[in-house]
Structure formats: structure tokens, C-alpha cells
Design a protein around this ligand. Structure first.
Ligand code: NAP
Length: 484
């Protein structure tokens, strides 16, 4: 992919040094943000040392920059930049200078830019912005703040329609949801993508650094996570770390989507050839009608937490099931033949029951809502246990499938600790914190313990393998989770 590095240095000397470093990292173009300099330089000749095409930008305050110069001063500066060899000047579409410079340069060398930092407008307005910006310059740059999946879908549609008539534009989605426009510029019809020299030197929110983008190349593996709301998740840290450690050019992005945006998001996965997505609360069941197939484990669990895109066909899988099973077996916690108490009756409890069914355990369910416990027990040929009865019973394994003990939830035990016994296994699906009160109390009574962190790591390993064909080592995913 073609990458333009925006240089936000304070002085000419620093900007030239940064430009040379960017060239070494593979920059195809360089944009010098003169509005970010403490003072406009008198001598621009040092920029002749840079060998890739250069863009001189003097972004106005109203378009998110720092330049407060009047039109005539700006015009004089742009003429100087062109005279010393800058190939392009970037001028805001609402400035009268864009036409004047266009005439002077005979319509070459003017990038006409438009920014909306508040949001992404309706489709007709988006197309108007593209058409009008493109009509004023040699190349159009339009950037919109992307606040939702619907915004992203409209931006994609506008870019698709516009690219039928022009390839002289760059469309940028600002903010985390717009990151995909930066890593897949060609899929949005963009002539190139903007990057920073390095982390901390971004010229706009969401910009990635040039080395990261160059390493991704033209056809990176894009995966990610959908759910709503997407509170802090360890998955981006785990998967992005695995991409890096295994040398696989890929990126894991976040797509927070409301119910009514799910179908559109699945269209985006197909259109942009994303390799797949993780799915979390509340979409694990709701997403199923929008997929082409669902594998037997996900069908049995009634939930999909991984979507795999096979040449445009979306397959739903459930690596919560396979991840929990692998985590249990790796720890030596085989539920086979045991009486197992499942606490909770939500999605995680269902995935847990699929594992127990596969391993031939006897399932007992306890939940604060009796009807949900009955429904889950019926589905998996298990039995319902009352909160008051469980302490008198002998379980070989007790599994917490409620969010109690998770950071942000009450730090309460989901069951009377008298249920714990020496030699029994206590498994907590909660992974944050790793050492929960549930596990501590169980351990104090002689039970062996397994943290939800193990399930989280194994489900991520399974998902990564499904998307890339490569199985990341356990340690790589664990390290990613630790940094997340
Ligand atoms: P869910 O579908 O919302 O179900 C939550 C269950 O917990 C329901 O049965 C609910 O009871 C019960 N519950 C919620 N708050 C409670 C409270 N204050 N007191 C008693 N019971 C309560 O959620 P889920 O998807 O099953 O997730 C459950 C937990 O598993 C979460 O903490 C999640 O992070 C964790 N999890 C971990 C992994 C992993 O890889 N380690 C994977 C998936 C999930 P009602 O039936 O009465 O509503």
C-alpha cells in the first residue's frame, strides 16, 4: 500500500530528519504539517534532501490545524513551497485559495481537503462532499469522524460509488472505528493512506505508524471483535501480539455494533474480505441468522463467538466451548464421569454445558432465576439444584458461569463456599482478576483451581488458528493478555 507520512515536527531541521527516517521506513509520500511548527520557516531549501513527493500543509484552525494566517500570507507560503520543489500543496476545500492555486498550477499539485470532526453525514451529503472536494483539486482528501458501524457502512458505500468515477481521492474514517479505512485504503478506493512516523507523533486521531502499515502490506488479514457496548477487552492485545510474534501481517480491530447494525456489519465482513470476527455480548445468538452456516458445536451452544470468512461464506463457530475444554484438559481437570455444578444459566453456562456433555459429566445447574436453570438443565439432560441444597451435595467440579467477582461487578461469591471440598476442581470463567474470591475460597478448602484466563487464552488460540491457519503458542497469547 502507498503510505504518506505526516510530519508534525517543530522545526525544519527536525522535519527533514523525520522525513529521512520515514523514507527509510518505506514512506511513499511525505506531508509536512507547517501549521504544527512553532514559526513558519524562512528557508525551505533543506526539504530538497527528501526524495519522495512532498506535500506542504498549513491546516487552518477551523479544519483542525494550527494556522491562523490570512489568505494572502498562506498563498505566498504555498508559492514558496512549490518553488523549492514541493509537488503538492494541501488546501482546505472551504478556502478561496484552493481555486487560485489550482489555476496557478494548472490543476496539478493541489490536494483539496475536507474534514468533519463531528461525524459522518447522510449518504447524499457524503457524496456531495466527495464530488465538490474532488472538483476543486488534483486529488481529494475527505476525512470524517466515524462514530458507529452505520457511519462506517455509509462511508464505504460513498467511497464505492465515487470510485466508479475517480481514483484521485483518499477517504479517511477518523477514530477507532475508522481504522479499517487506514489499513485497507485500496478497499475504500483511496490512492494512499496517511501514517505517523512513530507512535506518539500522530497528526490525527487513529493514525497508525508507517512501519506498522508497511508491514501489513496490501492484503493484511483483518479480524476483530463485535458486541455492544465493547468495554475493555483483552482480545485486541492478544491477537495483535500474536500477529506480530508469528510474523503474520494482520490487525485486530473493534466494531461496536448495535442490534440493527449486525446485518450490515456482516455485509462489510464479506465486501472487505475480513478474515473473521469475534462476537461477544449481546450478539452471540443474534448474529446466527446472518451467517451462511453454523458448526455443530456452536449450534449446540446456541451461540457463536467466532465468525470465519471462507471466500465470502460466513461460518459461525464456538471457541468458548473448545477453549474451555482445552484449558480444562491442559490443567488435568477432566470432568468425565463427575457430578459438576454449573452456576449461572447464560451464554457462558451453555458453552460450559456443551463441554460437560461432550466429556460425559453429570450436569447440575443452579441459577438465581429458577426458570433459566430449568431450561438449561433440560437442554443438556442435567438436573436443577437449589442454592440451599448444594452445600450438602458432593461435586467433583464447581464452575462459576456468572460475572460475580469480575472487575466492575459485585465481589460476591455466586454460591455458599461450603460447597467446596478437598480434591474437587473449582473453575471460574471470570478472568479479570485472575485470582478471584471464588478461586481463593475454593483453594483454601483444598480444591484445585482453574482461572477463566486459561479459557480466554485457549479460545483466542483457537480463533487465531481458524482465521490464519497458524496456531499461536500458548505463551504468545498469554503474553498478549498480560500486556492488554
Ligand atoms: P450472561 O449470558 O449475561 O449470563 C450471566 C449469568 O450470570 C446469568 O445466568 C445471570 O443470572 C447470572 N448473574 C448475573 N448477575 C448475577 C448476580 N448479580 N447474581 C447472581 N447471578 C448473576 O453472561 P455470560 O456470557 O454467560 O458470561 C458470564 C461470565 O462468563 C462473564 O463474567 C464473562 O466475562 C465470563 N466469560 C468468560 C469467558 C472466558 O473466556 N473466560 C468466556 C465467556 C464468558 P440470570 O439467569 O438470573 O440472569
Amino acid at each position: 500500500m502507498k503510505v504518506c507520512v505526516s510530519l508534525v515536527e517543530d522545526s525544519v531541521k527536525e522535519a527533514v530528519a523525520a522525513g529521512l527516517a520515514a523514507q527509510e521506513r518505506g514512506a511513499d509520500l511525505l506531508e509536512v504539517r507547517f501549521d504544527r511548527m512553532a514559526k513558519l520557516p524562512d528557508d525551505l531549501s533543506p526539504f530538497r534532501r527528501l526524495s519522495v513527493p512532498r506535500i506542504a500543509t498549513l491546516r487552518t484552525v477551523s479544519q483542525g490545524g494550527g494556522s491562523e494566517l490570512g489568505d494572502e500570507d498562506r498563498l505566498r507560503f504555498f508559492r514558496r513551497a512549490i518553488r523549492i520543489g514541493f509537488e503538492y500543496v494541501d488546501i482546505e476545500s472551504d478556502s478561496p485559495l484552493v481555486r487560485r492555486m489550482g489555476r496557478e498550477l494548472k490543476n496539478t499539485g493541489v490536494i483539496c481537503s475536507y474534514h468533519d470532526f463531528t461525524g459522518t453525514p447522510p449518504l447524499p451529503d457524503l457524496l456531495d462532499a466527495l464530488v465538490s472536494t474532488a472538483s476543486k483539486g488534483d486529488l481529494a482528501k475527505v476525512a470524517f469522524q466515524v462514530n458507529s458501524v452505520s457511519d462506517l457502512l455509509r462511508l464505504q458505500e460513498a467511497a464505492r460509488l465515487f470510485s466508479a468515477t475517480s481514483n484521485r481521492f483518499v477517504v479517511i474514517g477518523m477514530g477507532p472505528l475508522g481504522e479499517i479505512t487506514r489499513v485497507l485504503p485500496a478497499s475504500f478506493g483511496s490512492a494512499f493512506t496517511y501514517a505517523s512516523l512513530e507512535k506518539g507523533k500522530e497528526a490525527a486521531p487513529g493514525q497508525l505508524d508507517v512501519a506498522t502499515l508497511k508491514a501489513l502490506g496490501d492484503q493484511p488479514i483483518i479480524t476483530g471483535l463485535t458486541g455492544f457496548p465493547l468495554s475493555h477487552s483483552l482480545s485486541p492485545a492478544m491477537h495483535n501480539h500474536a500477529f506480530q510474534a508469528l510474523g503474520v501481517p494482520g490487525r485486530y480491530l473493534l466494531f461496536p455494533a448495535q442490534d440493527e447494525e449486525l446485518e450490515g456489519l456482516m455485509g462489510l465482513v464479506r465486501d472487505l474480505r475480513l478474515r473473521g470476527l469475534n462476537v461477544t455480548i449481546p450478539h452471540k445468538s443474534a448474529v446466527m441468522p446472518f451467517l451462511d452456516s453454523v458448526d455443530p458445536l456452536a449450534e449446540r451452544a446456541g451461540a457463536v463467538n467466532v465468525i470465519v470468512n471462507r471466500d465470502g461464506k460466513l461460518e459461525g463457530r464456538n471457541t468458548d466451548v473448545t477453549g474451555l475444554e482445552k484449558a480444562m484438559l491442559a490443567a488435568g481437570a477432566d470432568p468425565r464421569g463427575k457430578d459438576v455444578l454449573v452456576i449461572g444459566a447464560g451464554g457462558a453456562a451453555r458453552a460450559c454445558c456443551v463441554v460437560l456433555e461432550r466429556r460425559g459429566a453429570r450436569i447440575w445447574v443452579v441459577d438465581r432465576t429458577a426458570s433459566r436453570a430449568q431450561e438449561l438443565a433440560r437442554r443438556f439432560n442435567g438436573r436443577v439444584a437449589g442454592h440451599a441444597d448444594v452445600t450438602g451435595m458432593e461435586f467433583g467440579m464447581v464452575i462459576n458461569c456468572t460475572p460475580l467477582g469480575m472487575t466492575g461487578f459485585p465481589d460476591e461469591l455466586p454460591v455458599d463456599p461450603a460447597v467446596f471440598r478437598a480434591g474437587q476442581w473449582a473453575v471460574d470463567l471470570v478472568y479479570n482478576p485472575v485470582a478471584t474470591r471464588f478461586l481463593t475460597e475454593a483453594g483454601e478448602r483444598g480444591a484445585r483451581t482453574l482461572s477463566g484466563m486459561e479459557m480466554l487464552i485457549y479460545q483466542a488460540m483457537d480463533a487465531f488458528e481458524a482465521w490464519t491457519g497458524q496456531r499461536p503458542p500458548y505463551e504468545v497469547m498469554a503474553e498478549g493478555a498480560r500486556t492488554g
